[in-house]
Design a protein around this ligand. Structure first.
Ligand code: APR
Ligand code: PHB
Length: 389
């Protein structure tokens, strides 16, 4: 088959790009390795910047978001037993919306047929070809047959473990990485949240986060050593830990319940700066990873797609190549600022094994300063709600 843009990956980046291109009548197809059920069952983060909600609203896909999303005007940092509320709306005039990435993905997939967006699920052996030529193409296997998609462009939206980065010659690659010496153990349960807003806590036993998906569904995390396994954490042990962390801080008790999901995720900061090679463009986790402390992962994917979709639309609508040429630099400018904020908040709110008493004093001093400085809170608030495109 032939199309204009072949999109690899049906995560938030690939799905948003597909919908934005189809809305302008640009032919595209999304090729996804997993089953639809697997994609729709992934439990990911849940804080949306207006960059992301604006795209969904522009697509006319914000109905459930508006009905079920929780508008949050602030969030909380906690140092041991003192809450510091960052009033993002007072400080920036903006807000964030709590709405699970799982729900965003489901909304985008559900709307695909009615908007003539073709998503090929269960595509295996996906490979990119001739990306630095004028006739790139993607091959994949499905139902025992090898398929080929000839395209003008390929969008690598295949996440951190996808094939797109590997299609770029090593000599062209510029990448940066920091792996953190801990992970996040997360639990999702149908219990009411302990606080009306998110609480990021730096306590004696490390970082903990109280988040939510709705008034009846909570999401919690605690920092764990990278050696920990989910089997080491029966739900009761985790609820005991969360109760100990948030009892002194939260408005309400931590309510226990059977986990819908318990998992451990590693933390890394990663940027693959070569976001364009020939007719291949990378977007989302395929090009960058942030530690989830700043809630930037999905929102960075959305801003990449805002830039890339605008550039592709300009190319097809009026033969304007300037935005495609400028895509990598423009995306990286926002990516690196989000990487900085996520790294800053991770350093501020976690206990690093290699840190000593001095480093702990630095954290205490920083949080004391945040508590008393509207300027510092404004810096944090601006980054948390998302910098302008
Ligand atoms: N062939 C086809 N699809 C693939 C392949 C492959 N070889 N490898 C990976 N994929 C698919 C994955 O199955 C996934 O559905 O690419 C998609 C990538 O989606 P995400 O990993 O969600 O990345 P992205 O769309 O950039 O969204 C970033 O998702 O995982 C979170 O924390 C992340 O919030 C961030 C957001
Ligand atoms: C979540 O609710 O999953 C969540 C919220 C904020 C973060 C990370 C994860 O920074």
């Amino acid at each position: 088959m032939r199309t204009s843009v072949a999109i690899i990956g049906a995560g938030p980046a690939g799905l948003l790009l597909g919908h934005l291109l189809r809305a302008e009548g640009i032919a595209c197809v999304v090729v996804e390795r997993q089953t639809r059920a697997r994609v729709e069952s992934r439990i990911r983060a849940g804080v949306l910047e207006t960059v992301t909600t604006d795209l969904l609203r522009r697509l006319g896909l914000a109905e459930r978001l508006d009905a079920e999303g929780l508008i949050e005007s602030g969030f909380n940092l906690a140092n041991d037993e003192a809450l510091i509320r960052v009033d993002v709306t007072k400080l920036t005039g903006r807000h964030v919306t709590v709405y699970g990435q799982t729900e965003v993905t489901r909304d985008l997939i559900a709307a695909a047929p009615s908007r003539d967006l073709d998503i090929v699920f269960e595509a295996s052996e996906v490979a990119l070809h001739d990306v630095d030529g004028d006739a790139p193409f993607v091959t994949y296997a499905k139902d025992g047959a090898l398929q080929r998609i000839d395209a003008d462009f390929i969008a690598g939206c295949d996440g951190f473990h996808g094939p797109s980065r590997k299609a770029i010659p090593a000599a062209r690659v510029r990448e940066f990485e920091r792996v953190y010496p801990f992970g996040w153990l997360g639990i999702l349960a149908d219990v009411p949240p302990c606080h009306d807003e998110l609480i990021y806590a730096n306590g004696a036993k490390g970082f903990a986060l109280a988040s939510m998906r709705s008034p009846t569904r909570s999401r919690y995390y605690i920092q764990v050593p990278t050696t920990e396994r989910v089997e080491d954490w029966p739900a009761t042990r985790l609820w005991d830990e969360l109760e100990a962390r948030f009892a002194p801080l939260a408005q309400r008790a931590v309510v226990r319940g059977d986990p819908l999901e318990i998992s451990i995720a590693p933390l890394r900061s990663y940027v693959f700066e070569t976001m364009r090679h020939g007719r291949l463009f990378l977007a989302g986790d395929a090009a960058h990873i942030v530690p989830p402390t700043g809630a930037k992962g999905l929102n960075l994917a959305a801003s990449d797609i805002a830039y890339l979709s605008t550039a592709l639309i300009a190319h097809y609508a009026r033969g304007d190549e300037t935005l495609l040429t400028g895509y990598e630099a423009k995306a990286l400018a926002r990516i690196w600022k989000a990487e900085r904020f996520s790294w800053y908040l991770t350093k501020l709110m976690h206990r690093f094994p290699e840190d000593g008493a001095f480093e702990r004093r630095m954290q205490i001093a920083e949080l004391d300063y945040v508590a008393q400085s509207a300027a510092m809170q404004t810096v944090i608030a601006e980054n948390y709600v998302g910098l302008p495109l």
